[in-house]
Structures are given as C-alpha cells and as structure tokens.
Design a protein around this ligand. Structure first.
Ligand code: NAD
Ligand code: MG
Length: 399
C-alpha cells in the first residue's frame, strides 16, 4: 500500500447503521485505521460513547447547543476531542488535510456538500451516501476526475459490481467488454404482500426488512424499491453505464450482491452474507483484504438461489427512477427530493405508503428543464423540488 499506516478516517454519519459498522470494522484493525473525525446530526449520547472509545481528533454535531453539551461531557471524561457544529464544520472535517479516507454515510441529500468537499479535496471516498450521486452525479464524477479522488462504493450492489469489473476499469463498458450490469434486489418486506394491502402498510412493517438491518429511510426505500431505483442511477454514474444496460433482478436470498455480464457470455458475481461490514472492509483496505467479522457463507444452509423479474405495478418507484435517469437534467434531483419528503411524511404517519410513488410521479411531471452542473444549481433544484413535494403531500395527507 502506498500510503502510510495507520490510515486516518473521517466517518460522516458515525452514529448511523453504516457508521456503526464502519467503526466495528476499523476497531478490529487498530494498526491500520485511526478514527480521526466523527460526525452526527443529533445523537449526542451515541456520539459521546464513540468519542470516549475512539478519542478522535474531531467531532461534529448539527447544532451548537448539542456540541457545547458534548464538549462539556468529554472535558469531564478527560477526552481530548475538538467539538464543532454546523454544515461548514462538517465540510471542513471531510476535507481536513490530515484525513486519508472519508466514509460518506450521512443519509439523504444532506450528505451532498460534505461528500463533495471530500471529493474535491482528493480524498479516498467510501461512498455509502447514494443520494448525493443521484442528486448531482455529473458534478460529483467531474469533481472526482479533476481532483483524482478515488471513489469506492459501499452500497453492497455497487461494491459487488466494482469487485466484478477489471481493476483498471475506466468507466467505459464497451472498452471492458461489459454488456450489462445486473443489480440484485431482495424485493424487500412486501415482495409477496397482496397489492391491495400495500396502500395501508405501516412504518413498522415497512422497516422490517427480511435480510438487512438499516436506517429507517433506506428501509422504506427498500420496501418501495425506490432504493433499487436510486441504485440504478448510482450505477449509471459510478460505472458510466447507460440506463438500458442496467437491469434489476429480484433475488430474495440477498446472497449474490450484483453481477456484471460480459460480451463473451461470462457473468461475474460477488457473493456473501448480507452484512455491510463486507463492502466496508473491502473499501477500507482496498486493494488488500482484511477480516470484517462476517460469518463465512454457508452455501449448504442456503441451498438454493432464486431469481425473478421485478413487478413494476407493485413497485412503481423503480419505473419512476428509470424515467428520471432517462430524462436527465434536474429529474433525478427532483426524484430524490420528492422521495425524501414523501418517505419522511410516511414515517411521520402523514402519508399513506401507496401515496409515496404518486407524490414522486406528480413532482416529476412538473420538472422544468434545468441543468444541474454546479453545486448551487443542485442545491436549488433540491430545495425547489422539496417545496413542491411538500405541497403535494399536504394535498394527500392522512391527517
Ligand atoms: P442512518 O439513518 O442509520 O444514519 C444516518 C447518519 O447520518 C446518522 O449518523 C445521522 O446522525 C446522520 N445525519 C442524518 N441527517 C443528517 C444531517 N441533516 N446532517 C448531518 N448528518 C446527518 O442511515 P444508514 O442506514 O446508515 O444510511 C446511510 C447512507 O448509507 C444512506 O445514504 C444509505 O442510502 C446508504 N446505505 C446504507 C446501507 C445500510 O445497510 N444501512 C446500505 C447501503 C447504502
Ligand atoms: Mg444497496
């Protein structure tokens, strides 16, 4: 490895599901990784525990009131972590000169600015925050090209695709003999629920994923399959593959994490237990391999792997994502913003599950032709789409 050990890591979204798994893997290899900075929006107690355990140089919280409370507690506990707050502090730790790698694990569009700051600073970026690519993929990939930042996908599907592509893959499928990318999807908790019953499922049912334990927003996205839609757009930007060459395959066992089909008929896949510590360990140590704490895959216990095509009537969000990708411009930013607003309203019991797709569709119908090639344009497209979606949600609200 060219850089010296230990690698200094900034974990954005350290209190979340991906953040927690990242700290777990890093803690297994203290000689390799030093947690240099951690951030969270508001989970003060959890961030305190993390600071007490890892003694990072920096911690960032959303609000100054929470930051001063954390400062006080760390002081009392004799932990020398510098605590700051707000969006600028977040972007500053992401681009900090002493940071080698950034785990981008904030959920939603809120991750865009700090993740882009890390990319612009030329960091090795471990990308979990798919929403930032959906919102501003072109801008993001251009910034990576200019700075030389290395993007390593954490999303299990994209990490599997990355592992199934040649090491020198240059975002050109034809040059590499790639015919299609096959993204696998579990189908979520409602794969077999009668379609009529889907309209009225609860947040608890939607968040009970059969194979993965995740944050609430991505759990709802998995239940609507918008998660797979966002991943199609993510794959488009990461691997330079057109929408027509990205297929979704329902694979309920979640053992094959995705596949790449080559022109000679070969299909390469990456398999493993559904545990995010595998892609996290892969990206943290890349190109080396390290232990992740993940149980070995027991193929005899799994016995069979099955595949089926996605049902777009059951999962209209998946079709909407393809439509947004094909439309280009601000459409994907609008899709993402409307989805975030609709999911938040559903989790808050203000919107029925079945209405999530309708809110997004209505927002997409109002997309104005607009380029998203600057950060300001992306932020503006996101802001406008949220306002629009909130009006739409209000008109459909259940209380
Ligand atoms: P989570 O809800 O468990 O955690 C989110 C983290 O982001 C928390 O630390 C929270 O404090 C922080 N955060 C939330 N809003 C913020 C804001 N406005 N400003 C700053 N910080 C904020 O989410 P998660 O499941 O860990 O997912 C994180 C990202 O990783 C998402 O983009 C998700 O799509 C992606 N991802 C997650 C999984 C998974 O298994 N959980 C798998 C693939 C991809
Ligand atoms: Mg995924």
């Amino acid at each position: 490895m060219s850089e010296s050990l230990p690698q200094r890591i900034a974990v954005l979204g350290a209190t979340g599901s991906i953040g927690t798994s990242t700290l777990d893997v890093a803690a297994r290899h203290p000689e390799r990784f030093r947690i240099f900075a951690v951030t969270a929006n508001g989970q003060l107690d959890r961030l305190f525990e993390i600071c007490a355990r890892f003694a990072p140089a920096h911690a960032v919280l959303g609000e100054e009131s929470a930051a001063s409370e954390l400062r006080r507690r760390l002081d009392e506990a004799g932990v020398a972590t510098e605590v700051s707050s707000g969006p600028q502090a977040l972007a500053d730790v992401a681009a900090h000169p002493e940071v080698d790698a950034v785990m981008a694990a904030i959920v939603g569009a809120a991750g865009l600015v700090p993740t882009l700051a890390a990319v612009r600073a030329g960091k090795r970026v471990l990308l979990a925050n798919k929403e930032s690519l959906v919102l501003a993929g072109h801008l993001f990939m251009e910034a990576a090209r200019e700075s030389g930042a290395q993007l390593l996908p954490i999303d299990s599907e994209h990490n599997a695709v990355f592992q199934s592509l040649p090491a020198d893959y240059g975002r050109n499928p034809d040059a590499a003999g790639v015919r299609r990318v096959l993204l696998t999807a579990s189908g979520g908790p409602f794969r077999e629920t009668p379609i009529e019953a889907l309209a009225s499922v609860t947040p608890e049912q939607a968040c009970a994923h059969p194979n993965w334990v995740m944050g609430r927003k991505i759990s709802v996205d998995s239940a609507t399959m918008m998660n797979k839609g966002l991943e199609v757009i993510e794959a488009h930007w990461l691997f330079g593959v057109a929408a027509e060459r990205i297929d979704v395959v329902i694979h309920p066992q979640s053992v094959i994490h995705s596949m790449v089909e080559y022109v000679d008929g070969s299909v390469l896949a990456q398999l493993g237990n559904p545990d995010m510590r595998t892609p996290i360990a892969h990206a943290l140590a890349y190109p080396e391999r390290i232990g992740a704490g993940v149980a070995p895959l027991d193929l005899f216990a799994i016995a069979r792997l099955t595949f089926e095509p996605p049902d777009l009537k059951r999962f209209p969000c998946l079709a909407l994502a393809y439509r947004a990708l094909q439309a280009g411009g601000a459409a994907a930013a609008v899709l993402n913003a409307a989805n975030e607003e609709a999911v938040a309203a559903f989790l808050d019991r203000r919107l029925a599950f079945g209405e999530i797709a309708r809110v997004i569709e209505a927002s997409l119908e109002r997309v104005v032709d607009q380029r998203v090639d600057t950060l300001d344009a992306a932020i503006e497209a996101d802001r406008r789409a949220r306002e629009d979606a909130r009006r739409e949600i209000l008109a459909r609200t259940t209380r």
